[in-house]
Design a protein around this ligand. Structure first.
Ligand code: PHE
Length: 511
């Protein structure tokens, strides 16, 4: 059977035969001015007849950063500074004057100065009491680094697989100066098979394929010479880029479902919280390090928060000073109401569960009460790939008579089982507001690792007594961050992705 190919495919085969050498697919697509995808689909037609093939290989490339691009045009900062000397025929100048006439931002100016010294173009002296710069030579040929930079031309990409040692040194310098970025790319090299090299074009029949018959074809009789393009039902349809629920919200909804299926009710609380509910009501002493500015965002507007009824405030004060009626000796210091009135951005959702204890008191509620909270909290953390300054916590409490540690472990096991973690372990932990306290870890099959999930415990009498929750009624509590789990679920290495929203990742998420 003769080989039948579309006209375009035959044309490409002809070009490949004429070239008589392997070609880079991206180059060929540029050269022929046809779309890369169209080219590769033509190549696939050739592959189907064993006429051609392609190899894939990784190539390492560097590209100029925006700053690098601007220096390619205007010269490196050292050259820009030198130009001032040359243009104005200056032999010596004061550092500050040079800075002013350079119009360069201060850090870049100093980079320029440092490199001018390295190039031995200038010397610096403070001998006269002034900070002066002296021009050292008369000719200033392009440095190796400058020559290397100019190799980027306007196309800012360079392969670095085959650079000389000297070029590599310059590349490293540009890299240190953050003027280039490294990237790797897959390239395809197209070649003809033996069969493809041997075949005569005259042996190939042109395939006239149409996707629909027109009235003209029918009346002209052309219809009898064409073949109909078969439908390929395996080709996926166009991607639908519609709006969808964000993965983090999806996860929150799943966790919400879990709590609700376990008989919990959702509560919400204010983001702007009093130190009272964020710390004091949790029996955290007023000089506790977690309260410090470097962890907690304190607010100026509003500067003070409203506290609950006077007698409740006094009850909390008493737990700090002498334990109140909780059988504790307290922390033994003078509790200051003004510190409790400070406003903060809630640092944990435990503030909100404590508000539920206050409500329990005000409503004269009776146990059991099971509530949860999934909400935003804030900590003054340096943002990096595993830390955010605002994130989400997931927290649950159970108020019940004779609730005990066994109940808590049971609850935690059930909760994490529903989250997809079959094995959990608890270890003793410490929180100022729970006793006993437990750290919870779960086993993550996919990674074959134990992962720390969060804290838990039974609220201390100092925390519950001010709200009338006394033996035998106890409060079980646990809490954890949400974003760490989101990173695992969605296999993100950088926690910031959850909020920076890389569009490619979001598009690949299910609805
Ligand atoms: N609030 C704790 C945290 O922010 C978690 C926790 C909640 C611990 C409830 C014990 C009980 O990490």
């Amino acid at each position: 059977m003769p080989i039948e190919l579309k006209k375009q495919v035959i044309d490409i085969l002809k070009i490949l035969k004429n070239k008589n050498t392997d070609v880079l697919a991206s180059k060929l697509s540029k050269e022929l001015d046809i779309d890369y995808i169209v080219l590769m689909s033509a190549i696939n037609d050739l592959i189907a007849h064993d006429l051609a093939g392609f190899r894939e290989s990784e190539i390492n490339q560097v590209t100029l950063t925006e700053e690098g691009m601007s220096y390619l045009k205007k010269g490196l900062p050292e050259r820009q500074l030198l130009n001032i000397f040359v243009e104005k025929d200056i032999k010596e100048i004061e550092m500050d004057d040079l800075l002013k006439s350079s119009n360069l931002p201060r850090p870049i100016f100093y980079v320029g100065i440092t490199n001018m010294k390295k190039n031995r173009w200038i010397a610096q002296s403070k001998a006269s009491g002034e900070n002066k710069i002296f021009l050292m030579t008369e000719s200033f040929p392009k440095t190796d680094l400058e020559q290397f930079l100019s190799k980027f031309h306007d196309d800012s990409i360079m392969d670095y697989g085959s650079l000389s040692i000297e070029e590599t040194t310059n590349l490293d310098i540009l890299n240190k100066r953050k003027l280039i970025k490294r990237m790797s790319k897959t390239q395809r090299v197209i070649y003809l098979t033996e069969k493809g090299k041997k075949i005569k074009l005259s042996d190939i029949k042109e395939l006239k394929q149409v996707s629909k018959l027109t009235a003209e074809m029918l009346s002209s009789g052309e219809w009898s010479t064409v073949s109909l393009k078969p439908f390929d039902i395996t080709i996926p349809g166009p991607t639908l880029k519609a709006g969808k629920i964000h993965p983090v919200i999806n996860l929150i909804n799943q966790i919400r479902e879990i709590f609700i299926s376990m008989g919990f009710t959702e509560i919400r609380g204010p983001v702007i919280e009093s130190a009272f509910f964020n710390f004091d009501a949790l029996f955290q002493p007023q000089d506790h390090p977690a309260r410090e500015l470097q962890d907690t965002f304190y607010l100026n507007i509003p500067k003070v928060a409203k506290l609950p009824a006077k007698d409740r405030v006094l009850a909390v004060k008493a737990t700090h000073e002498n334990g109140g009626d909780s059988n504790s000796t307290g922390w033994g210091y003078n509790w200051d109401e003004n510190i409790a009135k400070q406003t903060v951005l809630r640092t944990h959702t435990t503030a909100t569960t404590i508000r539920r204890l206050a409500e329990y008191y005000n409503n004269n509620d009776t146990p059991p009460i099971k509530v949860f909270c999934i909400d935003r909290v804030f900590r003054n953390e340096r943002v990096d790939k595993s830390h955010l300054a605002e994130f989400t916590q997931v927290e649950g409490i159970v108020i019940d008579d004779n609730a005990n540690l066994g109940d808590l472990i049971g609850l935690l096991s059930e909760f994490y089982r529903k989250m997809g973690f079959k094995k959990i372990v608890t270890r003793p932990g410490f929180f100022p507001y729970t006793e006993p306290s437990m750290e919870v870890s779960v086993y993550y099959d996919k990674l074959g690792q134990w992962l720390e999930m969060g804290g838990s415990g039974i609220f201390r009498p100092e925390v519950t007594y001010p709200w009338g929750i006394k033996e035998p009624t106890r409060v079980l509590a646990w809490g954890q961050g949400l974003e760490r789990i989101a990173m695992l679920y969605y296999e993100r290495e950088d926690i910031r992705d959850l909020y920076i929203n890389p569009i490619k990742w979001l598009r690949n998420q299910s609805y």
